[in-house]
Design a protein around this ligand. Structure first.
Ligand code: PBG
Length: 339
């Protein structure tokens, strides 16, 4: 019991407030009228993990995600399309026996990625298929670039290999190649290689500002692609840096990127905003595996309401300026957005 008296209307002091922001929040219809950011399934790209086995293998730190076998993949893509997701990006888990220091399987036409692109392309001609152009799943060193004997990551030698990988994906029918390696000059080199082989219609989604982030942990566990030694700080960006993202943007624009990306998304909303203001190109943001894992873990414990926080996190990324969001929640979010 408290000893406050009930408030009667005549007791309330009325004051003259010219500005009452709450008027614009009064009803659902008024709130809809003034809503400044919208989120729809069309903005979402669905990352999918594939592997050579027949079964689907759940990924422990990413509840709801699996390394998909061929049947599981078709089922997942069919379901995603039914939910309104029209774009997927593929990430392969490669068996240890196929990993080499030169990551040669990355540009083998029999590799699981070109094979899968071809199958999806045949089955769904309208599907937008993106592929990750990077050596790390295929490298016995777990790095995105070739290693010199002294441990340095070789830039130009790596770029030449990324071009081969991009060409194999293009040949298989990919819509968009997405180099995630952060080597210098790779966007321009890939553009030239694609054009020289008459793949002018294949677009490039550049990982423009990809930070050396701890939030990639669950992804690396899923693909068994963590660096065997050292870290990725000589090619991925320092999380402390903001202007450097604009520098990378200028280069990727000049080299012919069709879309630019910031990764991770949630901890880098200022960088998304910077790119939005600095370029007319579409801006993408990648809500990465660690961001997914955090939300999932809290939701599983009942500490957060999953639907509310997932949609809020995606809306926040859109509000920061992203046109496109890559997210493991894509399918689930699309379903929530329709109900
Ligand atoms: C590697 C690559 C990574 C991710 C996408 N491509 C990991 C890394 O750079 O080590 C991370 C995606 C995620 O965490 O969801 N080329």
């Amino acid at each position: 019991m408290n000893n406050l008296q009930p408030i009667h209307d005549h007791d309330v002091p009325r004051f003259n407030l010219p500005q009452r922001p709450r008027r614009n929040r009064a009803t659902a219809a008024i709130r809809d009228l003034h809503r400044g950011t919208w989120l729809a399934p069309q903005h979402l790209v669905y990352p999918l993990f594939i592997h050579a086995g027949a079964d689907d293998q759940p990924i422990p730190a990413m509840p709801g995600c699996s390394r998909l076998g061929p049947e599981g993949l078709l089922r997942e893509v069919e379901g995603a399309l039914a939910d309104g997701i029209r774009t997927v990006i593929l990430f392969p888990a490669i068996p240890e026996t196929l990993k080499t220091p030169d990551a040669a399987h990355a540009w083998h036409p029999d590799d699981i990625v070109p094979q899968t692109i071809q199958q999806l392309r045949e089955r769904w001609p309208e599907l937008t298929i993106c592929s990750d152009v990077a050596l790390d799943p295929y490298s016995s060193d777990g790095h995105d670039g070739l290693l010199a004997p002294d441990g340095r990551i070789l830039n130009d030698e790596t770029v030449a290999l990324l071009c081969r990988q991009a060409l194999v994906h293009a040949e298989a029918g990919v819509s968009i190649v997405a180099p995630s390696d952060m080597m210098d000059g790779r966007v321009g080199a890939i553009r030239q290689a694609l054009d020289a082989h008459s793949y002018q219609e294949v677009a490039i989604l550049a990982y423009t500002a990809k930070y050396a982030s701890g939030f990639y942990g669950p992804f690396r566990a899923a693909l068994d692609s963590a660096p065997r030694h050292g870290d990725k700080k000589t090619y991925q960006m320092d999380p402390a840096n903001r202007r450097e993202a604009v520098r990378e943007l200028r280069l990727d624009e000049a080299e012919g990127a069709d879309m630019v990306m910031v990764k991770p998304a949630g901890p880098y909303l200022d960088v998304i905003r910077d790119l939005r203001e600095q370029t007319p190109l579409p801006v993408a943001a990648y809500q990465v595996s660690g961001e997914y894992a955090m939300l999932k873990a809290a939701a599983e414990r009942g500490w957060l309401d999953e639907r509310t926080v997932v949609l809020e996190s995606l809306l926040g990324i859109r509000r920061a300026g992203a046109d496109v969001i890559l997210t493991y929640f894509a399918r689930q979010a699309a379903r929530w957005l329709r109900t």
